[in-house]
Design a protein around this ligand. Structure first.
Ligand code: ADP
Ligand code: 5SP
Length: 482
């Protein structure tokens, strides 16, 4: 490995389970130091985390980077999307943040969709039909269930805004993460005052939406980073990964992490009235049609643990179907669902049940991918590109069982980038772009972040796809019961 040329930049991924920090050579993309520290999510009916824990995990991750972090000229934070962070007048959390995978606000989601005139109106105005993940439903839940917390709130932030704000002292966000709130309208590119009035949220509680390429500020004194270093806007984790891959329109991505996501950059504004595809903005000026599942790596790992199997101990054959909706589900939109196992026979093996869990998780993502690419103008010419390899990223992309399940159920060629932390790398590319006055996606392409082993297409396993689809359709009433 050649000696780093510098300057150094830092990219952060504050995701659901941990904070990861990379110190990167802006010239070459070489990762010169890295750190990672976990934070906790509450179990039980809701999913919450203490924002102060995110900050401590970030400090820990930076400390692990050692001296290299002290040489950074710019930093940027990518973070889990949608979470509702409520701060008091002193900037301290009023209560723990409600996370993207907290489905308690499903009734508020239904109500808000109706209040505005239905899914098509939402899709046209906001780009998305707000599932329980969207921040707007969480604020409505808070007002109804904890009015004292809502009344004590002097500022509302998303996870990445909160961390960026602690670095700079400024109240900022970006269009990518703002597009997952449900109060930022993709049709106008700004906050929707009528929506804010409807949910009783004063606009002055919200951060300023930076334009792509604009700086959030500089690092304040007394922090574990060089004072005065540039701080880029940051963005949601999926938007950061899109930057980190240097994605071109139409290139499909499948991310296997706490959440499963499928997306592509699009030059056309998405407006899917079915609600499967969220019409997010990306961090540059284009769009990021995306579908997200709540049950991905954690759900499959949980099934493996229940079966006392290693996560790779899958077996083929059998007719078991496992819909791994342990946390309720968002895609398909079944917030009250739980996991469902069917097709068991005397000769079904534990390994086949585990394979069925992978199949169920991957099926949901691939069916949604068709909708992300169809009709949403993801391709350069507005159409899907079936021959483009599916870029497989996230922690699950390291697993053979995940990769082979994706190949078998998609029938597509798959490419697994060698670079592992694409959210943090995307944030680093954004920081480098700010520092070097370059487009971050161009920076990432120069770094070669998407390069990695390519796997040919295999014939699609139609029998399994049909069996999972039929089970899902047949169990619809059961899966919708509260
Ligand atoms: N070698 C591996 N094989 C399969 N899965 C893995 C491997 N290493 C990590 N994982 C999975 O990756 C997940 C974390 O992925 P990551 O993308 O870091 O999540 P997030 O960003 O959502 O916190 C874990 O839940 C774990 O199941
Ligand atoms: O809600 C979404 C996307 O809409 C999730 O993708 C979150 O952004 C959480 O991401 P991870 O922690 O799984 O990376």
């Amino acid at each position: 490995m050649s000696a780093p040329e510098g300057p150094f930049v830092i990219g952060v991924d504050s995701s659901t389970q941990s904070a990861k920090a990379l110190v990167v050579d802006a010239a070459t993309g070489q990762v010169v130091a890295r750190g990672q520290a976990p934070h906790t999510v509450t179990p039980g009916p809701g999913r919450e985390s203490d924002p102060e824990e995110w900050w401590q995990a970030l400090e820990d991750a930076l400390a692990q980077c050692g001296r290299a972090a002290q040489q950074a000229s710019a930093v940027s934070v990518g973070g889990q999307q949608h979470g509702l962070v409520t701060l008091d007048g002193g900037g301290r959390p009023v209560r723990p943040a409600m996370l993207w995978n907290d489905v308690r606000s499903a009734p508020q989601s239904d109500r808000l969709i109706g209040q505005l005139g239905g899914p098509a109106v939402w899709a046209e105005r906001f780009g998305s039909v707000p599932a329980a993940a969207f921040t707007v439903t969480k604020w409505a839940w808070l007002c109804e269930n904890e009015p004292q917390s809502a009344a004590a709130t002097a500022a509302v932030r998303l996870p990445h805004d909160y961390l960026t704000g602690r670095l700079t002292g400024e109240a900022t966000t970006d269009r990518g993460d703002a597009s997952g709130t449900g109060w930022w309208a993709s049709s106008t590119g700004g906050y929707d005052e009528e929506m804010l009035e409807l949910i009783g949220l004063a606009p002055q509680l919200l951060p300023r939406v930076l334009t792509p390429g604009e700086a959030a500020g500089t690092v304040r004194p007394g922090l574990p980073l060089p004072t005065g270093a540039l701080v880029a806007a940051g963005t949601g984790d999926n938007m950061a990964a899109a930057l980190g891959l240097g994605l071109r329109p139409g290139q499909p991505v499948l991310s296997l992490g706490t959440s499963g996501t499928v997306y592509a950059v699009s030059t056309r504004r998405p407006t899917d009235p079915t609600g499967t595809v969220a019409g997010f903005a990306d961090a540059r000026g284009d769009w990021l049609p995306l579908a997200c599942t709540l049950n991905c790596t954690l759900a499959v790992d949980r099934v493996a643990a229940l079966l006392s199997l290693h996560r790779e101990a899958v077996e083929g054959g059998g007719e078991a179907v496992l819909l791994p909706f342990l946390d309720g589900e968002r895609t398909p939109n079944l917030p009250y669902a739980s996991g469902l196992l069917s097709g068991l026979r005397h000769d079904t093996t534990a390994g086949q049940v585990l394979q069925a869990a992978y199949d169920g998780a991957v099926f949901a993502l691939l069916r949604a991918l068709d909708e992300v690419l169809d009709g949403q103008g993801a391709g350069a010419d507005g159409g899907a590109d079936d021959s483009a390899p599916l870029l497989l990223i996230g922690g699950g992309a390291k697993g053979t069982a995940w990769r082979e399940t994706v190949r078998r159920l998609s029938g597509r060629p798959v490419q697994v980038p060698r670079a592992e932390e694409l959210v943090a790398l995307g944030a680093a590319a954004q920081a480098a772009g700010l520092l070097l006055e370059e487009d971050p996606a161009t920076v990432a392409r120069r770094w070669g972040t998407a390069e990695g082993p390519a796997y040919d297409a295999v014939p699609r396993d139609e029998a399994t796809v049909t069996r999972v689809a039929d089970t899902l359709g047949g169990a619809d009433t059961l899966l919708r019961q509260r």
